[in-house]
Design a protein around this ligand. Structure first.
Ligand code: PLP
Length: 393
């Protein structure tokens, strides 16, 4: 019996008949051309220009998070976020093993030690209960800091990630971070447009990071942003990402080792045009997710990942988990769907299975490992929710 036939048939019913279908394509359906040409005509293409300020202001407005600092990519945003909250060499940072490699890399850029924690099955974000129990066994508070009892190192920060734009249990994690004296930084790279109880992802951490890479909900080509409510941290983020230059009419004065992480005006121009269409993209992505949900609901062995209670997800990437009678079918589904022109992909390799992160501290990761073995991402471009490519209606 062909166990995967009902699932493959359901995908064919949800998706338009065009093949191949990419996993996630950008949509340029607004004033992208106008704004890019404006940069060329005005000569403002590089690291200074009016679109950078405008993009930052519009991001702050859209998210409701007081300040946004645009940077070259999401990884750079994360790097600066960790520096802003005081992560120092040899500190430990708690982060999920189930994430894209950039989250762990940013910790290493600070010279700090990634310490991997498990996720829970509904949001795929860090499991606050498992982490609480783990910290009780392995950590202790000394003065105003948290220490790893076995390594003796300070645990400085907690860095949750909102997987595929589904909000993690951030309130519980914020409460845990407060009790254990950990700085809370959110990797909201995948979560532009996702809200929990009306609050945008990234609003609860002291600082958070967004990405505008080509495969994200909106893109600036490459790009990212640091978000924070704290005006002083925002000022410092701007300083650190612009070579720590001190204002002067002509002299080159820099007061510390800064970074050249500023987003070029060209990329910001693209971002301004993309933001103008963001609500439509979010509506179309929601419509697509709803069609997947309906079509997959009757199938046994298939769990379609939906927004957790209280959350409004951006449905950046749709995902199914193959369980019960379809357990063990992941690779066959990947083979058959890709052969049929549907681009599907497995989950990222969990961090502790990558060679450079194999030796770092971690708790038991049973949920991460189970999810990694059974999850498949489905085609998720926004136009699929509309049924025909943008520009053809
Ligand atoms: C995309 C992404 C990043 C990094 O963003 P870049 O802009 O590609 O550097 C970081 N974390 C997560 C979870 C991501 O999905």
């Amino acid at each position: 019996m062909d166990r995967l036939a009902p699932l493959l048939a359901a995908l064919d019913r949800v998706l338009p008949s065009t093949r191949p279908l990419a996993l996630h394509e950008p949509a340029f359906i607004g004033r992208e051309r106008d704004y890019l040409l404006d940069c060329l005509d005005s000569g403002w293409v590089s690291s200074v220009g009016p679109y950078v300020d405008r993009f930052e202001g519009e991001l702050a407005d859209f998210t409701g998070i007081g300040h946004a600092i645009a940077v070259v990519n999401g990884t750079a945003a994360l790097h600066i976020c960790l520096l802003l909250v005081g992560v120092e060499p040899a500190d430990e940072v708690l982060l999920p093993a189930l994430t894209f490699v950039a989250t762990a890399n940013a910790v290493r850029y600070c010279g700090a030690i990634p310490h991997f924690v498990d996720c829970e099955r509904t949001t795929l974000g860090i499991d606050p209960q498992a982490l609480e129990q783990y910290l009780r066994e392995h950590a202790e508070l000394r003065g105003s800091a948290c220490y790893n009892r076995s390594s003796g190192r300070r645990i400085r920060a907690l860095l949750p990630m909102h997987v595929f734009g589904h909000c993690c249990d951030i309130e519980a994690l914020a409460e845990l971070a407060w009790r254990w004296k950990l700085q809370l930084v959110e990797d909201a790279a995948e979560a532009l447009g996702s809200r929990r109880d009306g609050r945008h992802c990234g609003a609860i951490g002291r600082v958070s990071a967004l990405s505008f890479n080509g495969n994200k909900t909106i893109t600036t080509g490459g790009g990212g942003a640091i978000l924070t409510m704290d005006v002083e941290l925002a000022r410092r983020a701007k300083h650190l990402t612009t070579t720590a230059r001190v204002g002067h009419r002509w002299a080159f004065v820099h007061d510390e080792v800064g970074y050249n992480y500023r987003l070029p005006n060209l990329n910001a121009a693209l971002g301004c045009a993309q933001l103008e269409r963001l609500n439509q993209l979010l509506d179309d992505k929601r419509a697509l997710a709803e069609r997947y949900r309906e079509a997959l609901a009757p199938l046994s062995g298939v769990r379609f990942l939906t927004e957790p209670p209280g959350c409004r997800s951006n449905y950046w990437l749709n995902a199914v988990l193959l369980e019960g009678e379809l357990a063990g079918c992941r690779d066959e589904l990947l083979e058959r769907s890709n052969a049929a022109g549907l681009m599907t992909r497995p989950l990222w390799t969990p961090m502790h299975w990558l060679p450079m992160y194999a030796e770092f501290p971690r708790m038991a990761l049973p949920v991460t490992e189970a999810v990694a073995a059974c999850l498949v991402n489905l085609p998720s471009s926004a136009w699929l929710g509309q049924g025909v490519p943008y520009g053809t209606t």
